[in-house]
Design a binder for this molecule. Structure first.
Ligand SMILES: Nc1ncnc2c1ncn2[C@@H]1O[C@H](COP(=O)(O)OP(=O)(O)OP(=O)(O)O)[C@@H](O)[C@H]1O
Length: 599
């Protein structure tokens, strides 16, 4: 990475941290600068202590100076400890404040990322890197302040030594240069490795969560799959760990050699200092102090080069983080706001998932209107859910979908569009929150309106059940938190239907809304749905023809295409595929009561 990029990462990090806590950053910088001078101070105290002891021994007299220098030496240790602890606390507070702000910023920016990106594993990798990478901003500040601290220590102690003899300058090259070279080289390798490990890390987390989560564990237990997944988790974990350890060993080998150089240079310097003393060029105090200084350097130099390499590695991560931010902002292109939703028209709608060669939707033409009931039917994988995701604006479709006949869906402010639609997904969320929140969250202004919430719960048939719960509508659902009440699959689905209806959008999308309901509940929900929604529009996906036939228009899909389209009567008259499916239903109805599956 070029110097310019390092500087831009550095200034971005400092600006970000400064924006969160000016006091915190100032305190850290000041304490690190003070800590930087402590090694020189202790070397100086050491020299004077030794000289005072010698003078006192010679004169056979008590010297107060000795006590002062001793106290000074003990004081430097104490102050180093106190300052370090103080900086640690300030740093922790800064990290908490920073994470709250940065993560909040990321969550907010992520709102503008097109949903289709989440279907792409590469995006998920880079999003995760950016999300966890924000920590590196603090680390850049941390490592750079440590560089400042160790540079002050290094230079001040070296100046002290050079004052005694300029040959000590050689020390600098023997000690520092090889270490800088090794640390920088491995800093970059560590960055590349951590980049590559993200995908495997996600896999590791996935297997871990399968083995821990209540939802996944039941199937794993009953099928005796624990060992199968433990093995998968172990393979992924060991592969990651091996790569990290391999790099650590490689780096340690080189660091070992560099430290050997440090050791040799210490012996060499010690011998040289002894030579100076023998020739009367150095006092005993200075000898002790020089040896102290060289020993100090042995600690300062690795800390300096280590923080240099960490700094380099962290700036690479921050670079990635910065690179991730602009597209988020670029996504905000929408211009128009819609105040009501009258119609949605798709013209030659074609859609490909990322990396897919075949389209999942192929040249579809359809029109959804407020007040109109549209049913979408078709076999598994026909493209029904994908169509709903396009019509609801989750996937970008450019100029292929028009809203209210004049606006391109991509040219309107998504929020204003989403305010006007209600959606129930096939894989709806089950929130471990109160019943009231589970329903009211789609229309927060009416969250406290008990009658409105109860109206939809009565419609789905769940009101009586909720009224019997200990805290009624304030009962927490799910088993994640203490006292939570678990619902059955069908009850969760009824709750999700109520949540979608409670939003009271102009057009309602329901993806297989009754798949988990018993036949009696299904009939009740469907038969009353049109009455409950009044003159709103509804688009519903279903596998049951007896449910689809209630719609004004039925769209029959196959392999991403619409193969038939029209009212039940018209499609029956057409005597095509729909007619075939309809006849199958009649046959099955003869055998048993209930619905019929399509495809
Ligand atoms: N996230 C995705 N990434 C890539 N391909 C996908 C994704 N989701 C669906 N597909 C593909 O798109 C096609 C249509 O899927 P879609 O979920 O829309 O079908 P569907 O008609 O709703 O099916 P079902 O009745 O089983 O729910 C399928 O071939 C599927 O493999």
């Amino acid at each position: 990475m070029r110097t310019k990029q390092i500087i831009s990462s550095l200034s971005f990090s400092y600006k970000s941290v400064w924006g969160v806590s000016r006091i915190g950053l100032t305190v850290i910088l000041t304490t690190k600068i003070i800590l930087g001078f402590l090694p020189l101070l202790s070397v100086w105290l050491f020299e004077n202590l030794f000289d005072s002891i010698l003078a006192a021994v010679k004169e056979n007299a008590f010297s107060i100076e000795i006590m002062l220098y001793l106290a000074g030496l003990a004081g430097t240790v104490f102050f180093a400890f106190a300052f370090n602890k103080f900086t640690d606390i300030v740093r922790s507070i800064l990290i908490y404040k920073f994470e709250v702000k940065m993560k909040g910023k990321l969550f907010n920016s992520a709102k503008d990322i097109s949903y289709i990106n989440y279907e792409d594993p590469r995006f998920q990798n880079s999003f995760l890197r950016a999300f966890t990478g924000q920590k590196n901003i603090i680390s850049v500040v941390d490592s750079s302040t440590t560089i400042i601290q160790t540079t002050i220590s290094l230079i001040s102690v070296l100046i002290y030594l050079i004052n005694i003899s300029k040959y000590f300058l050689i020390l600098l090259f023997v000690m520092v240069i090889p270490l800088i070279f090794i640390e920088t080289k491995y800093g970059k390798q560590r960055f590349n490795l951590s980049k590559g490990l993200v995908e495997r890390g996600r896999k590791e987390n996935y297997f871990e969560s399968l083995l821990i989560r209540r939802e996944s564990l039941k199937e794993i237990r009953i099928n005796n799959l624990e060992n199968f997944f433990i093995l998968k988790w172990q393979t992924s974990y060991i592969k990651n760990a091996k790569e990290k350890i391999k790099l650590d060993i490689k780096q340690t080998k080189w660091l070992f050699l560099a430290n050997l150089l440090l050791f040799i240079s210490f012996i060499g310097s010690g011998t040289y200092v002894y030579y100076l003393m023998v020739n009367g060029l150095l006092t005993i105090g200075a000898l002790a102090a020089v040896l102290q200084a060289i020993q100090r350097l042995q600690g300062i130099v690795p800390s300096f080069t280590g923080s240099l390499s960490n700094f380099y590695e962290y700036t690479l991560h921050v670079r990635e983080f910065i690179n991730f931010l602009p597209p988020i902002n670029k996504c905000i292109e929408e211009k128009e706001t819609i105040n009501s939703l009258e119609s949605i028209e798709a013209t030659n709608l074609t859609f490909y998932y990322p990396d897919k060669l075949e389209p999942s939707l192929d040249n579809l033409n359809l029109s959804i209107k407020k007040g109109k009931k549209t049913a979408i039917i078709g076999g598994n994988g026909a493209g029904k859910t994908t169509l709903v995701k396009c019509l609801t604006g989750l996937y970008d479709t450019n100029d292929m979908i028009k809203i209210n006949t004049e606006y391109d869906i991509s040219k309107i402010i998504k929020k204003s569009y989403w305010d006007k639609i209600s959606v129930l997904f096939q894989d709806f969320n089950k929130y471990d929150l109160t019943v009231k929140e589970n329903i009211g969250m789609t229309n927060l202004d009416k969250l406290e309106n008990k009658e409105a919430i109860a109206k939809y719960m009565k419609y789905t048939g769940l009101h009586t059940y909720v009224e019997k719960l200990p805290l009624k509508y304030n009962s927490v659902l799910g088993r994640l938190f203490n006292g939570g009440q678990e619902l059955s699959g069908g009850q969760w689905q009824k709750l999700a239907i109520a949540r979608a209806l409670f939003k009271e959008g102009d057009i309602l999308f329901l993806d297989e809304p009754t798949s988990a309901l018993d036949p009696e509940s299904e009939l009740f929900v469907i038969e009353n749905l049109f009455e409950v929604i009044g003159d709103l529009g509804v688009v519903y996906i279903t596998h049951r023809i007896n449910v689809a036939m209630l719609a004004d228009e039925i769209i029959l899909m196959e392999n991403g295409r619409i193969i038939e389209q029209g009212s039940h009567e018209r499609l029956v008259k057409q005597r095509g595929r729909y007619f075939e499916l309809y006849n199958k239903q009649i046959e099955q109805l003869k055998k048993r009561r209930g619905g019929v599956s399509v495809g």
